[in-house]
Design a protein. Structure first.
Ligand code: ATP
Length: 383
């Protein structure tokens, strides 16, 4: 077709969303979204139920029309193309395989539909890729859930889409299988080099697989970046709580010294890296991840290089195996979480013990105090 408008200035087939908005009657599901997914990357849209991630995916697939905004693929405007005209395939949570067909025929389906006669080599290659070559003659019901999902993947990839959309593809699998499939999916994506856009509410799943994670909340992207960067440097309370767990403590920035700021927490002076405009004096949420903190019996360890909060009283101990998770009630009433690795090198504590909480100033992050400290806490409450 001659349509397509301006020629691409973008190398490869980057997926670009510009000001994409979706309204359902008066409800704003996706709010003026700007997004760039580089060609060949593994991108995850992560967020709680109802945040708009599936709607975003459906707009890319052409299953939902944007209220406004533009979707470009490799520089071409695909916003109004029919779904089957888009070089995009989707893998859903329900595999939707054809039950009466063999695995071979299921995978061959897309090729046959476009009139390819000799499908054997390509189907064989795809079945190799998903490690199901020896199952070619079986019917879907003779495979496990994980295997069926791999067939669904092969069936989509054989069409060589420019972008593969994955809508909670592992949601129906049990935890162990899901972990295996996460590794598999990442391997397959690396091997085929096709752009994967993956929608999930499972933060671990997003972080395990994706090069870039966009955390969505209420139709907006709260923060986007490499998993480690998001985890170590959350910029909102929602991201701090939704991606892993965080202790958020009320504090006041009192001044700056070089690359660090001083923060007063209930009369104790703590330090934090001065970052992103949070170096001005005033109220903040001071954040520290539970696994970054270690416990010491009150007054027993030197805290010259650390941040130290004293006067904690252990209120709960949960032995998890790899770690022990403590709750320490602080003098101002807040319970802080501390996860200690079970290396055997550290002292174990019991409920009622008085402890100091130590951590490195570098691991501290500061957030705008006007935000709700509980945002993003109630995650995975829905299906
Ligand atoms: P989930 O993981 O539960 O699917 P999600 O983040 O993918 O959540 P969406 O499915 O994108 O969320 O939905 C975003 C919001 O838009 C929700 O509040 C949903 O109720 C609403 N919504 C989605 N589709 C429609 C529709 N066809 N009509 C009206 N409202 C809709």
């Amino acid at each position: 077709m001659a349509e397509g408008g301006a020629e691409s200035e973008t190398a490869g087939a980057d997926l670009v969303l510009q000001g994409v908005t979706k309204r359902f009657a008066s409800f704003l599901a996706v709010d003026d979204l700007d997004l760039e997914v580089p060609s060949g990357s593994f991108f995850a849209l992560l967020g709680p139920s109802g945040c708009g991630k599936t709607t975003t995916l459906r707009m890319v697939a052409g299953l939902e029309e944007p209220t406004s905004g533009t979707i470009l693929l490799g520089g071409e405007d695909i916003s109004h193309l029919k779904p089957y005209r888009r070089p995009v395939n989707t893998v859903f949570q329900s595999y939707a395989l054809f039950p009466h067909m063999t695995i071979f025929e299921n995978v061959a389906f897309g090729l046959r539909r476009t009139g390819v006669k000799d499908v054997k080599a390509q189907v064989g290659e795809m079945l190799e890729l998903v490690e199901l070559a020896e199952y070619a003659a079986r019917k879907p019901t003779q495979l496990s859930g994980g295997q069926q999902q791999r067939v669904a993947l092969a069936r989509a990839l054989i069409n060589r889409p420019k972008v593969l959309l994955l809508d909670e593809p592992l949601g129906a699998l049990d935890l162990k299988l899901r972990r295996q499939m996460q590794i598999e999916l990442k391997r397959i994506q690396t091997e085929v080099g096709i752009t994967f856009v993956h929608v999930t509410h499972d933060q671990e799943e997003a972080m395990t697989m994706a090069d870039t994670v966009a955390v969505m909340n209420g139709g907006l992207i709260e923060q986007m970046g490499a998993p480690m960067d998001l985890y170590e440097h959350p910029r909102t309370t929602f991201v701090a709580n939704f991606l892993g767990q965080s202790n958020l403590i009320r504090g006041t920035v009192t001044g700056r010294e070089g690359k660090e700021v001083d923060v007063d927490v209930e009369g104790t002076r703590l330090r934090a890296p001065a970052a992103g405009g949070q170096d001005s004096v005033g109220e903040v949420w001071l954040g520290i991840r539970p696994e970054k903190v270690f416990l010491a019996a009150a007054g027993t360890e030197d805290g010259a290089r650390s941040n130290v909060l004293g006067g904690g009283v252990i209120s709960d101990v949960s032995f998890i195996g790899v770690s022990t998770q403590y709750l320490a009630r602080m003098p101002w009433g807040q319970e802080l979480m501390v996860f200690e690795q079970n290396t055997g090198a550290r002292q174990n504590f019991r409920v009622g013990d008085t402890v100091d909480l130590h951590w490195t100033p570098d691991h501290t992050f500061l957030l705008d105090a006007s935000q709700d400290a509980r945002a993003g806490v109630e995650r995975e409450d829905a299906t």
